[in-house]
Design a protein around this ligand. Structure first.
Ligand code: ADP
Ligand code: ZN
Ligand code: ZN
Length: 729
């Protein structure tokens, strides 16, 4: 019987499907895309292995319709990583591959970059008598000079030569002196490398010397306070990798990939830089991806999915802000770009640096266990002094829209002294709730177990969980009262309060609402950085990664909301946020002050954070996790299920749990309704599995999940596996 070719196709197929080779052609190579029939449709799939003997085929085998790539699109390293992640996250291989590919390649477009016409000197042009030409046709001679002084000339540059350059070029071509060539145009950023590097301080130098491109695998946690020069350490290692002819892959959270970061790389590195993120047009993304795979790019900076960028000559991986939750995909293929980056570096036998001012407890535990080298950068570069953190006891204080009188006093003082003030509240909109003062009715989303956020400027109620929007009712739907009142604080409300309390003080608000228009975020940040805006108000958009050297006061308006979250990671997230926001202050010569408003000034978390800083907090939190038997002490997986009805998810998970082996050392919790049970009109439930060893949990999932898929009830719900869940909601 004929051998078949394994092809991974997007869809609910745990493994590759078997297809017969295409007609008379030679079979496609592993890692090539093919077009295959599936049902009545043609799909783009990926060949995942060599021809094999078909299993007991219960159905008629179909044939590959078309081979799309002659060369492998994914090399064995990358295909191996993706296959590994499909097994580890228990997600269909075809979907994993689809995540790794730019849209154009998923759709079957050729794997070719954009190209441009360039003009080149011919041997005849090289030998031509240019002085004779100069007398007869000076413009052609100028052009010939230009061609002789460079490898090739882009068509666009001709206009710069003045006059009828095109006509002159045409003559040169006719004389056989010049010829057109098509060159790949990857749209890369050319690093100038003109700006010199500062001399690294001893702490930076130690961390940098631990990172040796080409010298084998090693994970290095670069644990440096904000402004301690982590980025300088990256730049140092990247420059060395580039000089050795090795590529550097830099993964940053969505919010960290700013034009400032890219231009800093551009100014400092003599390297070709490719940028990969979700905001690119499909064509640009394809070009950048191909530039990584062809080796045309020396440095690839990208967000989460860049961990799957192909690398021709890999030398180094960097994950910046490794604690950031956005590095984990929260739907579908729930991979952690950080964890996969570590696995990839291991498989590539190259070093990886993970930088942050607030390491995740996972990485700290790995450092503690000796799996990661741990370097601390404790000092801010230059003269910048660390900010002073202070709790402001809100109990009994007079407040204006959540701003206490003492806080407003401090804000005024800093403004009077010429300082810049940053106020942080991690909630956008006017208020998180709209309530009827007569009868207590609450504006609730009818598709979620959640309340609408009131947006006064847009005069809308908006559900931040399912995105539903409705107009604000003019009267209470329950009692017809007109006395509907906003309850709680959002950035829009604070903005109004600040305008009243501090009129004539230039202010910018930076949150997702105020930066919806393209370019607005950059515009607002520029105003903040130039110091035109004296008051900066915002959500976590404002908290991360930006240098705001003139900020002397940072105020965290409400620390209480983070203290009592439903997620066991809430305290960790709060501590990280506080430290990250605090890090914006006093980056230049002036020492910064950080004020944290709270009704819980004695809360042990806040006390530890204020007095011991993040390291003390992290120690305490790790001890707590250990005592509670939670990650990173133990490995965890969630099985999530959802459906339009309330009972099917729970019943499905019960049935699934009933098929779990009874003699396993895996602990099972639930099933139980998710903390927010209904979202976007669907009821959700989850089953939690925990084990002391990652391997134990993995082995159980591998044995158990195929049976779960086969349960009749599995077809009545949408269900998914979340290995190492980052959020419990
Ligand atoms: P981080 O990435 O840790 O927030 P950066 O690398 O952005 O820190 O450094 C903060 C500031 O200090 C930058 O302006 C940077 O140019 C400067 N800096 C960093 N290291 C040094 C150094 N060794 N000497 C002088 N300036 C430095
Ligand atoms: Zn009412
Ligand atoms: Zn909703």
């Amino acid at each position: 019987m004929a051998q078949t070719i394994p092809v991974a196709v997007s869809g609910p197929f745990p493994r590759s499907l078997d297809y017969l080779p295409p007609g008379a052609d030679t079979p496609p190579v592993v890692g090539a895309r093919v077009r295959v029939p599936l049902g009545r449709r043609q799909m783009v799939g990926m060949v995942t292995g060599p021809p094999r003997d078909p299993g007991l085929a219960g159905h008629r085998l179909r044939q590959i319709s078309q081979v799309l790539d002659v060369q492998p699109l994914l090399d064995s390293e990358l295909l191996g990583l993706i296959s590994w992640s499909a097994r580890y996250y228990h997600h269909p291989i075809g979907d994993c591959i689809a995540t790794a590919l730019p849209a154009r390649l998923r759709q079957g477009y050729p794997a070719e970059p954009a190209s441009e016409t360039r003009w080149q000197l011919t041997p005849a042009g090289d030998e031509a008598d240019i002085e004779a030409l100069r007398r007869r046709a000076p413009r052609q001679a100028t052009l010939l000079d230009a061609l002789r002084s460079t490898d090739d000339l882009p068509a666009g540059q001709l206009a710069g030569l003045g006059g009828d350059a095109r006509g002159a070029l045409q003559r040169l071509v006719e004389r056989g002196y010049a010829t057109a060539v098509e060159r790949a145009d990857y749209g890369l950023i050319t690093g100038r490398g003109t700006e010199g590097a500062p001399t690294l301080n001893p702490e930076q130098a130690q961390a940098a010397s631990a990172l040796q491109p080409g010298a084998g695998h090693q994970v290095t946690l670069v644990d440096g306070v904000t402004g301690s020069g982590k980025t300088e350490v990256y730049l140092d290692v990247i420059a060395r990798a580039t000089a050795m002819g090795l590529q550097s892959l830099v993964i940053v959270p969505e919010i960290g990939l700013t034009p400032q970061l890219v231009s800093r790389f551009q100014a400092r590195l003599s390297a070709k830089i490719a940028v990969l993120h979700s905001g690119l047009a499909d064509g640009e993304r394809l070009n950048a991806w191909l530039a990584a795979g062809s080796g045309a790019a020396d440095v690839i900076i990208g967000t989460r999915s860049a961990v799957f960028a192909p690398l021709r000559r890999p030398g180094l991986i960097i994950v910046d802000e490794e604690h950031d939750a956005s590095l984990k995909q929260q739907e579908g293929f729930r991979y952690s770009a950080r964890d996969l980056a570590v696995m990839r570096a291991h498989r590539l036998e190259c070093p990886i640096a993970m930088g942050t001012a607030t390491p995740s407890l996972e990485s700290l535990a790995n450092a503690r266990a000796g799996r990661y080298a741990h370097y601390r950068l404790t000092e801010r570069a230059g003269n910048a002094r660390p900010p002073q953190l202070r709790l402001l006891d809100m109990r009994g204080q007079p407040t204006t829209e959540g701003l206490s009188a003492p806080l407003l006093g401090t804000v005024r003082q800093h403004l009077d002294n010429g300082g810049q003030v940053l106020l942080f509240l991690n909630r956008r909109g006017f208020s998180p709730t709209l309530i009827c003062h007569e009868c207590g009715w609450l504006a609730e989303c009818d598709r979620c177990d959640a309340r609408y956020t009131y947006h006064r400027g847009r005069s809308r109620l908006h559900c931040h969980h399912c995105d539903r929007e409705t107009p604000v009712p003019s009267v209470c739907p329950s009692c017809n009262s007109v006395d509907l009142r906003p309850l709680g604080l959002g950035t829009e409300r604070i903005e109004g309060a600040l305008q009243t309390a501090l009129p004539d003080t230039p202010m910018v608000r930076i949150d997702r609402d105020s930066t919806r228009q393209r370019g607005r975020f950059e515009q607002h940040m520029a105003a903040a950085q130039r110091g035109e805006a004296r008051l900066l108000l915002g959500t976590q958009m404002l908290a991360k990664g930006h240098h705001l050297p003139a900020v002397t006061l940072v105020a965290i308006i409400d620390a209480d909301q983070g203290l009592f979250g439903a997620d066991f990671r809430s305290p960790e997230r709060l501590a990280q946020l506080v430290i990250q926001v605090a890090g914006r202050a006093g980056r230049a010569e002036r020492a910064g002050e950080v004020v944290i408003q709270t009704h819980q000034p004695e809360h042990p978390l806040l006390q530890t954070l204020i007095h011991g800083g993040y390291p003390a907090f992290a120690e305490a939190a790790l001890t707590e996790r250990e005592a509670a038997g939670l990650p990173p002490t133990r490995a965890m997986a969630l099985i999530r299920a959802e459906a339009p009805g309330q009972t099917p998810p729970l019943n499905f998970l019960k049935a699934a749990a009933a098929t779990l082996p009874t003699d396993s050392s895996v602990e099972v919790l639930g099933p139980y309704p998710s903390p927010m049970e209904r979202r976007a009109g669907r009821y959700r439930a989850q089953l939690m599995l925990q084990a002391n060893q990652r391997g134990t949990l993995q082995a159980l999932l591998t044995d158990w999940l195929p049976g779960v898929s086969a349960l009749p009830m599995a077809r009545r719900v949408r269900w998914s596996v979340d290995v190492d869940p980052a959020e419990m909601l």
